[in-house]
Design a protein around this ligand. Structure first.
Ligand SMILES: [Zn+2]
Length: 210
C-alpha cells in the first residue's frame, strides 16, 4: 500500500517537470540585424547570388532597404517588363525562406495581391549553419585521423590503414614499394586552424545582431 503511494508521488513530480520544461521553450523571434554590414560580407553576397543570381541579390537588397512591397511595384522598380517575371527570382529566395509574402484581396477583385518582404535573420541563420556544418565535418575528420594509423606508398601515393598495411607486410598492393607511416599532424593542424577561422566567422555574424 505504502509502495503504491510512493510511485504515485514520483509520477506526479515527473509530470510537473515536464510541464516546467515546456514552459521554458522560447519562441523564435526575428532579430534586429545590421543589414548593411551583413550584405557587405562576401559570403552573404555569394550565398544569395549562387541561389538566385545577380538579379535575386538586387531584389533581396531592395526589399531589405525598402521593407514590405507590393509585387507589381517591386517588379517595376526592378525594371521587369512583365510583372510575373520577377516571381522566378522571388521563389528561389522563398525556397530558403529568405523572403516571404502575404496576400490580400484588394476590394472586390477576384485575385490576390502579393506583398513581399526580406528576412535578413534567415540569411544569418543559413550562413551560420554552413559554418557549423563544416566545423562538424572537420572535427569528424580530426577524430578519424587521430584514431587511425595511416601508411602511404611514396612511389604511387596510395594510402592504407593499419590493417591493410599489415596484411601486405607494409608493402604497396599496387607497386610493391615499402610503405611509410604518415604524419597526420599537419592535416590535423590545418583542420584545427580552419575550425578557428570558421568560429571567428560565426562570432562576427553574431556581432551583427543589434
Ligand atoms: Zn605503390
Amino acid at each position: 500500500m505504502a509502495k503504491k503511494k510512493k510511485s504515485k508521488v514520483r509520477m506526479s513530480s515527473k509530470r510537473k517537470n515536464k510541464a516546467h520544461k515546456s514552459r521554458k521553450v522560447r519562441r523564435e523571434r526575428p532579430q534586429k540585424i545590421n543589414t548593411k554590414r551583413l550584405l557587405a560580407l562576401d559570403e552573404a553576397v555569394k550565398y544569395i547570388t549562387d541561389l538566385s543570381g545577380e538579379k535575386g541579390l538586387e531584389i533581396f537588397r531592395y526589399l531589405i532597404d525598402h521593407g514590405t512591397m507590393e509585387e507589381n511595384t517591386l517588379a517595376k522598380k526592378m525594371k521587369f517588363k512583365k510583372a510575373n517575371a520577377i516571381r522566378k527570382f522571388l521563389y528561389k529566395l522563398y525556397n530558403k525562406t529568405l523572403v516571404s509574402y502575404i496576400r490580400k484581396k484588394k476590394g472586390s477583385k477576384a485575385w490576390y495581391t502579393y506583398y513581399w518582404s526580406a528576412n535578413p535573420d534567415r540569411l544569418m541563420f543559413l550562413l551560420k549553419k554552413e559554418y557549423e556544418d563544416e566545423i562538424a565535418q572537420a572535427k569528424k575528420s580530426i577524430e578519424l585521423n587521430k584514431a587511425n594509423d595511416f601508411y602511404i606508398c611514396n612511389s604511387c601515393n596510395r594510402r592504407y590503414d593499419l590493417n591493410s598495411a599489415l596484411e601486405n607486410d607494409f608493402r604497396c598492393y599496387n607497386c610493391g614499394a615499402p610503405l611509410s607511416h604518415m604524419d597526420l599532424s599537419e592535416i590535423v593542424e590545418d583542420k584545427d586552424s580552419r575550425i578557428r577561422f570558421l568560429k571567428e566567422k560565426i562570432d562576427a555574424l553574431s556581432r551583427l545582431v543589434k
